[in-house]
Design a protein around this ligand. Structure first.
Ligand code: NG1
Ligand code: ZN
Length: 558
């Protein structure tokens, strides 16, 4: 780094002093905090994104969003060259950058890191960053800060991609680095053409008349509703009605959205008994989460929730069906058996895990956070991962996709129109429809809709795949949430000592009881999860465990 670069960094860093007395952490999915204190973090993540671009010789993404958090919060996450989350290897550096107390310390950190990582500053490669933001009002000024961060690295270029869903930005980064078409209209075109392909391949005998044409979507008053309005206009064979688009004056994530619906298990604002029986879906604030629900027929505000676990199960059943067609009667020489795997977290409903195992699938658990699930799912030919909250996707390995392409070509020449050829084509269409970079509510929604029609299933048929065990989630505010240390994909507390034993004795009082606690990576709380055979037991288990957390770590304790 030459003198000009150093003075450029120092000068611009002076314009973005960090908030005093606050420790920021990259967390489960980037930095999140009250938007008013994030200017310096945005600026510094702009720098980090530019350094990452230089290091990887690739286009990098920077997304300004706080997903399902309240509207006054905002946040930032970085998309790596493959479109996935920032390499965990760089997270400690991003924490250090965000927390550097003054411009000199910041510069020193950068100089040391550039040396350690061998980041080329020879001008041979132009760092390029794609910036996106959700609909939060704070997004615009935070975007400016991020841009200035990018530009404080001499020669780096920042492209403002405007208001996007998080998965759109990740998709664009991945497409750019693969040399593919990467604009927003290319994204829509890919989704719609692969959706059409799946719809055209629906077997004639599917009982489509049992399925309501109409789907009502809660857009969380965020970016997803806005984008769905675009998709809607280009669709045929599916009627979508979008509520909570944000244009009717509703507030982002307030009483609406996938997080609210999944955690509270009640109807979002704007939905009521007049929607009873109709298929409904809910997106979160940045449209990377999707849950379905139907409104209970009595006049209460209760819903029948179809969560991420059930979306995963629907996808798994469909993929498994296509694989057995393809692998059951292998014609030709080029035969191969795909390794199909399913990845969940401890939040997955126990009934879903049992169901998936009964299907004969390999199911593994990882800690919470898409970065862990994604990495694990990428180890299979086809890896399906979902968090119960509705964040997930299906990954196809490059190796498997090349095989599938070749197989499809072969089948097209020897048995055009055969069931085998159709199964291969369906799998190829799924790989194009479903976002390969990150969980994507819009592409997930289109895939659910296509599969329900393929199966001839109503939302009720789908929901009956298995019966969820009653579950309850609570949050406990503690003095220091980092005092909770967990192991075994967060299912066991290692510290503070004695807490796990105390939780175990509460679990032992319930039938089918299961409970665990972990520090949140996005909020300053410890989360409690409990499930059991009845609502009452699940509630009481969650409450007792929350009391234990409070007793061991409560606000007053140290
Ligand atoms: P934390 O706050 O670490 O629990 C939450 C979700 C994660 C993930 C991230 C990022 C739950 C219990 N946790 O993380 O699954 O989606 O937000 O958005 O839903
Ligand atoms: Zn989100």
């Amino acid at each position: 780094m030459d003198v000009m670069q150093r003075s450029n960094l120092l000068e611009s860093a002076c314009l973005f002093p960090p908030p005093l007395g606050l420790k920021l952490s990259y967390g489960t999915a980037g930095f999140r905090a009250d938007a008013s204190i994030l200017q310096s973090t945005m600026f510094r993540m702009g720098i980090l994104a530019a350094l990452r671009s230089l290091k990887t010789h690739s286009v990098i993404g920077l997304m300004i969003t706080a997903s399902h958090n309240k509207v006054s919060d905002n946040g930032v996450k970085i998309a790596d060259p493959c479109g996935g989350m920032l390499s965990q290897h760089w997270e400690p550096f991003s924490d250090q950058l965000a927390n550097a107390p003054d411009p000199q310390t910041l510069l020193l950190l950068i100089v040391e890191f550039v040396k350690k990582e061998n980041i080329p500053f020879d001008g041979a490669f132009t760092a390029e960053i794609l910036l996106g933001r959700d609909t939060r009002p704070s997004g615009e000024s935070l975007l400016e800060a991020a841009k200035q961060g990018v530009r404080s690295i001499v020669g780096a270029v920042a492209h403002d991609m405007g208001i996007l869903t998080t998965p759109q930005l990740h998709w664009m980064v991945r497409a750019r680095n693969k040399g593919l078409k990467a604009t927003e209209s290319d994204y829509f075109e890919q989704l719609l053409s692969s959706f059409r392909c799946l719809m055209d391949l629906i077997p004639n005998e599917s009982k489509m008349d049992e399925i309501e044409d109409k789907l009502i979507v809660d857009g969380a008053n965020g970016v997803g509703g806005e984008k769905l309005e675009v998709i809607k206009k280009m669709l045929s064979g599916l009627v979508i009605e979008v509520h909570n688009t944000g244009k009717e004056g509703g507030i982002l994530n307030e009483g609406v959205g996938a997080d609210f619906v999944q955690k509270e298990k009640v109807v979002p604002h704007g939905f009521g008994s007049n929607h009873a029986g109709i298929r409904c879906a809910s997106l979160d604030g940045d449209a990377d989460r999707l849950v379905y629900f139907s409104v209970a027929s009595n006049s209460s505000n209760k819903i029948d929730l179809v969560d991420g676990d059930k979306i995963l199960s629907l996808f798994a059943v469909f993929i498994k069906e296509q694989l057995s067609i393809l692998e059951g009667d292998m014609k030709g020489n080029n035969n191969y058996k795909a390794r199909l795997g399913v990845v969940q977290t401890a939040y997955a409903n126990g009934a879903s895990t049992d169901y998936l195992k009964h299907l004969g699938l390999e199911v593994v658990l990882t800690p919470t956070g898409v970065k862990y699930l994604h990495a694990r799912a990428a180890q299979y030919d086809i890896g399906i991962y979902f968090e119960a909250n509705g964040h997930g996707t299906i990954l196809f390995s490059e190796h498997y996709l090349s095989w599938l392409e070749a197989k499809h070509t072969e089948l097209s020449s020897i048995s055009q129109g055969s069931e085998l050829q159709k199964a291969a084509l369906r799998l190829l269409a799924v790989s194009k429809l479903i976002n390969q970079a990150v969980g994507d509510a819009l592409s997930g929604l289109l895939l659910v809709e296509a599969i329900l029609r393929h199966m001839g299933w109503s939302i009720h048929n789908w929901n009956e795949l298995y019966q969820d065990l009653p579950s309850r989630q609570l949050k406990v505010k503690v003095a220091d949430r980092t005092a909770v240390v967990t192991a075994n994909a967060e299912t066991v507390v290692m510290s503070p000592p004695g807490l796990q034993e105390a939780i175990n004795s509460e679990i032992a009082k319930c039938i089918k009881g299961r409970s665990f606690v972990r520090p949140s990576g996005t909020e300053d709380v410890v989360r409690v999860y409990a499930e059991a055979s009845t609502e009452e037991e699940a509630d009481s288990l969650a409450n007792s465990v929350a009391e234990l957390v409070d007793r061991f770590l409560g606000v007053g304790s140290t």
